[in-house]
Ligand binder design. Structure first.
Ligand code: MN
Length: 423
C-alpha cells in the first residue's frame, strides 16, 4: 500500500516544519522499536507500526519534537520494560511526563472505566498535549479496529463517540473529530452508515458540476477585484449528515452539506468577499454568522453564510484568513505552528484563560468525588450537543439538546418568551 507510514515518511514530514528535531525523533523511534521488539498487533503487524502512525498523525498537526517522541514511546511504559529514568536519561523530563500522562489514561479496562474516563478528561488540565497524543492514539486504534472482536469494536466505538469526539470538538480538532465520528458510526450502525454514505455520494455527484461553477464564479470575481483567494469545496462528514437526517431533514435541505471554504489574506478581505458572494448569490437569511468578532468557545473564527446556488441548492460558505483556516481544521494544535517554540505554554495558558469549559472542569473535579457522578455531570454540562430549530421565517436557531419551546421563544425575543401562553 502506498499510503503506509514509514520512518522515512515521518522524518520527511518533520523535516518540512521542524528540521532541528529530526535526529531526536529518529532516536525515539529506535528506542520504541527496541522495547516493542517481538510484540505484534492484532493485525499481525509488528507493534511499532502503531506508535509510528500515532507519531505521524501528531506530525500532521505540526506537533513539537517532544510530543512526537512521546507519541513514539507512548505505549512503552505500559507494555514494555521501559522505565521513567531511561526515558529521562535518553530524552528529558518533558517527554517522560507526557508518556506517563498517556500511560495513566490508557486501556479500556471495563471495571476501571469510570476512573479512566475521569483521568482522560482531567488529563487536559495537566498538559493539553497529553490529550492530543491520546486523540492521535485513539484515531489510529479506530482506523485499525477491524482486527478486534465485534463486541469490543462496539464498546470502543461508543467510548470514542462519547468521550473522544467531544474532547476533539472542544479543542477544535475538526479533522480528527470528523474521522473519529465516521469510524465510530461505521462500527455502531453499519447499515445506517452504508445507506447515508451512498446517498451522500449520489447527491454529491449530482451537484458536482454546479458546485464547481459556483466556486469558479466566486473565484474569478474576487480575483478581478484584486483579492488573492484560495477556494476549497468540502462535503459534510457522514455522521454529521446522519444526525441532520435523524432530525427529519432532507438531504437537500441540510444547509452545510455542500460547503465552500474561501480563504483570503486579511480580515477586511473576508468582509469584502462576503459582499461579493452575496452580490452573486442570494444569502439564506439567519445563516449569516460572524465568528470572526464572535469566535466559538474553541477559538474557531470564520464568517459563515449560506447561499442559494443555481437550482436553489443551499451551499454553505465559510470565509476566513489562512491562519483562521489552520485553526478551523486543526483547532488547538494549530498553535504549534503559530507560536512555535513557545506553543506549549501559550496553549496551556489559552486553555486556562479562555476556555470556559476548562474552569467548569476544575470545579466539577473538586465537587464530585464519585467517579460516576463526575462523568455524568461532565457529559451533561460540557458535552452538550446543540439542536437547530427553524423559525416560521426559515431562520435557524441553535439551542442545547433538551431545550424546550419556551427556550426557543426566549431566544427569538424576551417579549415572546414573557408573553407566550401556548405552543
Ligand atoms: Mn497506543
Amino acid at each position: 500500500m502506498g499510503n503506509e507510514v514509514t520512518l522515512e515518511k515521518l522524518l520527511n514530514l518533520v523535516k518540512s516544519y521542524n528540521p532541528d528535531e529530526v535526529d531526536k525523533i529518529r532516536k525515539a523511534y529506535e528506542m520504541a522499536d527496541n522495547f516493542h521488539y517481538g510484540q505484534r498487533r492484532n493485525s499481525g503487524e509488528p507493534y511499532i507500526i502503531h506508535p509510528l502512525n500515532v507519531a505521524y498523525i501528531l506530525a500532521e498537526l505540526h506537533a513539537d519534537g517532544n510530543t512526537i517522541c512521546a507519541g513514539l514511546l507512548h505505549d512503552t511504559r505500559e507494555d514494555t520494560e521501559a522505565t521513567w529514568e531511561e526515558i529521562v536519561a535518553e530524552f528529558n523530563e518533558e517527554v517522560a511526563t507526557l508518556v506517563e500522562g498517556v500511560t495513566k489514561i490508557s486501556g479500556y479496562a471495563s471495571d476501571r472505566s469510570l476512573i479512566n474516563t475521569r483521568k482522560i478528561i482531567m488529563g487536559i488540565t495537566t498538559d493539553v498535549r497529553i490529550i492530543i497524543i491520546k486523540l492521535a492514539d485513539r484515531l489510529h486504534n479506530m482506523r485499525t479496529l477491524q482486527f478486534k472482536r465485534p463486541e469490543k469494536q462496539k464498546k470502543i466505538a461508543l467510548e470514542t463517540l462519547e468521550i473522544f469526539v467531544p474532547l476533539a470538538n472542544y479543542l477544535g480538532v475538526y479533522r480528527i473529530k470528523s474521522e473519529l465520528e465516521d469510524l465510530s458510526f461505521f462500527y455502531l450502525k453499519p447499515d445506517s452508515y452504508k445507506k447515508v454514505s451512498e446517498d451522500v455520494q449520489v447527491f454529491q455527484e449530482q451537484n458536482k458540476a454546479m458546485l464547481e461553477k459556483v466556486l469558479a464564479d466566486i473565484r474569478s470575481l474576487l480575483i478581478n477585484e484584486g483579492i488573492p483567494v484560495e477556494i476549497k469545496a468540502r462535503v459534510k462528514n457522514i455522521y454529521g449528515v446522519y444526525k441532520q437526517l435523524e432530525q427529519n431533514h432532507q438531504l437537500k435541505d441540510i444547509h452545510d452539506l455542500l460547503a465552500l471554504r474561501v480563504i483570503v489574506d486579511e480580515v477586511k478581505q473576508c468582509y469584502y468577499a462576503l459582499m461579493v458572494i452575496h452580490s452573486l448569490y442570494r444569502p439564506f437569511n439567519g445563516q449569516i454568522k460572524d465568528y470572526i468578532f464572535n469566535p466559538k468557545t474553541n477559538l474557531y473564527r470564520s464568517l459563515h453564510t449560506t447561499i442559494f446556488g443555481p437550482n436553489d441548492q443551499l451551499i454553505q460558505t465559510r470565509i476566513r484568513t489562512h491562519e483562521m483556516d489552520r485553526i478551523g481544521s486543526y483547532g488547538f494544535p494549530a498553535y504549534w505552528d503559530i507560536y512555535k517554540g513557545e506553543a506549549r505554554h501559550k496553549m496551556q495558558k489559552l486553555l486556562t484563560d479562555k476556555f470556559q469549559f476548562f474552569k467548569s472542569l476544575t470545579e466539577l473535579d473538586e465537587m464530585f468525588s464519585d467517579n460516576a457522578e463526575f462523568v455524568e455531570q461532565v457529559k451533561k454540562e460540557l458535552f452538550t450537543e446543540n439542536i437547530h430549530v427553524y423559525t416560521p421565517k426559515g431562520e435557524v436557531i441553535e439551542l442545547p439538546l433538551g431545550a424546550t419551546i419556551i427556550d426557543f421563544a426566549y431566544r427569538i425575543h424576551t417579549h415572546i418568551g414573557d408573553q407566550m401562553t401556548c405552543a
